[in-house]
Design a protein around this ligand. Structure first.
Ligand SMILES: [Zn+2]
Length: 363
């Protein structure tokens, strides 16, 4: 995230005070930051963006960040000497009342409930840095209110009522690199981004499903608590968590998903989450197995090659048919040879059980 702040945010911030007053800029800015947040956490486009931004520790929306820039820019211009040409043009535009950045940016600040520099200066008489802190506090408050509204009733709020500071805390505590990397998996688990149950090796809304690791019968909402608390495939992770200093013998890992860096067992839980995330991703990466059942039977697709259809399906995230880009050519060759897939195709694993993605790709 430090790289994002330095490279992306650092370059995006340039000129944002100007862009912010353009019609529709707020929507564009919000969508950009929400899209980045979803990308960082691996969330699909239809998931609540507030969960993703919260996990990244972003209290400000894209438009909120720009509003802070506008407030600071206006304050900087107000603070210029009377004989400064730039400052004189700004003050003149403000007084003239014709359409200008000076007028539009004042309206933007008023929309956010932020006092302009002259009003704030008369009330508080502080330096520019204090005004920036004031503007940021007001705008953050508005963004957090919007977050609370967007997450009202969302189960995620039970685990993180406030914006998560886990990434910053983990870094400040000097956690091992493996643990810092695994924090993304903790976020993904907490945000409910991992599908841990299946039905016929497909994602399903069915009430009766099966653990992707041990085939235990479960309801979909029980997947995470089952994996952490009882799943037979994760006894080692559970043991490592239970033996961590400060963790009681009877502590349930599933009850610790809201734990913060530095709390007992957090490091063990994070590294376990990383392994869980990796295994779940590998499981769903092999969804090519069920290509035949999800192939659309419609005659609307007549005349198009099986390879072309397969390629499209592979790129539909909601189908679960996710195959890494470098493996696509090989997968498509096998599809063509297998006549569309299904049990018994040349590339299909044996019916004895799930052999993993590598097994079918390599023969
Ligand atoms: Zn299980």
């Amino acid at each position: 995230m430090a790289t994002f702040e330095m490279v992306i945010e650092g370059s995006f911030r340039f000129g944002r005070w100007l862009l912010a007053v353009a019609p529709g800029a707020s929507e564009v800015l919000n969508a950009a930051y929400e899209g980045w947040a979803r990308s960082f956490t691996g969330a699909p486009p239809w998931r609540n963006a507030m969960v993703a931004t919260s996990e990244l520790g972003w209290p400000l929306s894209g438009a909120g960040r720009a509003a802070v820039d506008v407030a600071v820019r206006r304050a900087t211009l107000w603070a210029l000497p009377e004989d400064d040409l730039y400052g004189a043009v700004f003050r003149g535009s403000q007084a003239a009342g014709h359409p200008s950045w000076a007028r539009a940016s004042l309206c933007l600040l008023q929309d956010w409930g932020v006092e302009d520099w002259p009003i704030w200066k008369a009330r508080c008489a502080g330096p520019l840095a204090a005004y920036k802190a004031y503007a940021k506090t007001v705008i953050t408050g508005r963004c957090l209110a919007a977050r609370a509204q967007a997450l009202d009733g969302h189960p995620y709020v039970q685990l993180r009522p406030c914006v998560s500071q886990d990434l910053a805390k983990g870094y400040a505590l000097g956690l091992p690199t493996s643990c810092l990397r695994a924090q993304r998996s903790v976020s993904r688990l907490r945000a409910g981004l991992l599908t841990l149950t299946h039905r016929n090796r497909r994602r399903s809304w069915a009430r009766l499903q099966y653990c992707i690791f041990c085939e235990a019968t479960l309801a979909p909402e029980e997947g995470l608590s089952h994996a952490l608390n009882v799943c037979g495939a994760w006894t080692e992770g559970r043991a490592a968590f239970g033996q961590a200093p400060g963790v009681g013998a009877g502590a349930e890992p599933g009850a610790s998903m809201g734990a913060e860096p530095g709390s007992p067992g957090y490091q063990q839980l994070a590294e376990w989450a990383g392994a869980l995330d990796s295994s779940a991703t590998e499981f769903w990466g092999g969804r090519l197995l069920s290509l035949r059942p999800v192939l659309p039977p419609s005659s609307a697709h007549a005349g198009r090659s099986a390879a072309a259809l397969s390629y499209e399906l592979l790129h539909m995230p909601e189908s679960g048919l996710l195959v890494p880009e470098p493996e696509l050519p090989q997968a498509l060759r096998r599809l063509s040879a297998g006549g569309g897939g299904g049990s018994g195709a040349a590339w299909a694993p044996s019916s004895a059980g799930w052999g993993g993605r590598r097994s079918w790709l390599n023969g």
